[in-house]
Ligand binder design. Structure first.
Ligand SMILES: C[S@@+](CC[C@H](N)C(=O)[O-])C[C@H]1O[C@@H](n2cnc3c(N)ncnc32)[C@H](O)[C@@H]1O
Length: 321
């Protein structure tokens, strides 16, 4: 692929901010857990010297093939490797010597443009294809399996939680009615069902299936559980001074990241009315981004995905009090 083709595959968001906040040490160990099209990985690798190392992972083998090809094209003396893995496999695949040594880690959450734009992957409400939506194509239930199996009340809950879908109840009802006639197996069928389930003014405002697709994708890929696992293990794997950068695109995920960083910053769990701390839990580091970093107007104009991106960064290590 030519350089410009990678940007069509997936245009990475907030690259300059990520690189600035990771404050890359040329000889450090860096982990990109969402390699995607390799845009952020490439920017990290370009900052590393011959002692530096980059481990780039993704759960999607197609993404890994592309990022691997891209990284091989970069002139560098640093070591890099690509690993097919989910957040929930992390840090199992690190060498035991790497644990506690990571100087910087990036997670750029959600789906890539390529995943969205490939009809056969079934992520898009704009393209007809099999109702799949799995980021790891060989693992777990598809979106078609999920809507075939879930009880109506669970479908409503899922659409509300992950999609914040106002018409969750009537959409779930329509899905249950249609699946009793025949299995729902394509993205086009689901778009039709949602379109008939919502009021006509919603259809006029844009594609009414957007939030249903977002909710199903998050459930199929267990995105909340994956992030929760990652946030739990991070404090054990980062080096003193190591920085974690997380880009989220969904308010639920941003809240999870914000709360985890708050907990890492102030882990004391003594009752509020205790005059002094008795739990003796010390801060694990400090959050470097009070408010999340967002893309500027120019980036948002050139990349629609950037509009909802929020970057939060945490630095692990002793904090002077
Ligand atoms: C927004 S894209 C990343 C784009 C990448 N930063 C770039 O520069 O091209 C998100 C990627 O993360 C991967 N991904 C999402 N959740 C994951 C998880 N729990 N474990 C591993 N990879 C995940 C997806 O397969 C997708 O390729």
């Amino acid at each position: 692929m030519r350089s410009a083709d990678y940007d069509v595959w997936h245009l990475p968001v907030l690259v300059d901010a990520v690189i600035e906040y990771l404050s890359i040490k040329p000889g450090g160990l860096y982990v990109d857990l969402t390699a995607g099209g390799g845009g952020h990985s490439r920017a990290i690798l370009e900052k590393l010297g011959k002692e530096g190392r980059l481990l780039a992972a993704d759960r999607d083998p197609e993404a890994l093939a592309v990022s691997s090809e891209r990284l091989k094209g970069i002139e560098t003396n640093a070591f890099f490797d690509v690993i097919e893995a989910r957040f929930s496999d992390f840090p199992g695949w690190l060498d035991t010597g790497d644990i506690g040594d990571i100087d910087g880690l990036l997670a750029d959450l959600g789906v890539s443009s390529h995943q969205l734009d490939t009809a056969e992957r079934g992520f898009s409400y704009l393209l007809d294809g099999p109702l799949d939506m799995r980021m790891s194509p060989a693992q777990g239930k598809t979106a078609a399996d999920l809507i075939a199996d879930l009880r109506e009340s669970d479908l409503v809950a899922l659409l509300r939680l992950y999609g914040e879908e106002q018409y969750a109840y009537s959409i779930a009802k329509s899905i249950v009615k249609r699946r009793a006639e025949k299995p729902i197996t394509t993205t086009g069928e689901l778009v039709d069902i949602v379109s008939y389930a919502v009021p006509s003014h919603v259809r006029r405002e844009g594609n009414p299936a957007r939030l249903t697709f977002q909710a199903l994708r998050m459930a199929v890929n267990r995105e909340q559980e994956e992030l929760s696992h990652l946030l739990q293990v991070l404090p054990d794997v980062m080096a003193p001074g190591g920085r974690v950068a997380i880009i989220s695109f969904h308010s639920l995920e941003d809240r999870m990241v914000k709360q985890a960083m708050k907990r890492w910053e102030s882990p004391c769990d003594c009752p509020r009315d205790f005059p002094v701390c008795v739990c003796k839990k010390k801060p694990l580091g400090r959050c470097l981004t009070g408010k999340p970093i967002v893309a500027d107007a120019a980036e948002c104009r050139g990349n629609r995905r950037a509009r909802s991106a929020k970057l939060r960064v945490f630095e692990f290590g002793e904090v002077e009090v």
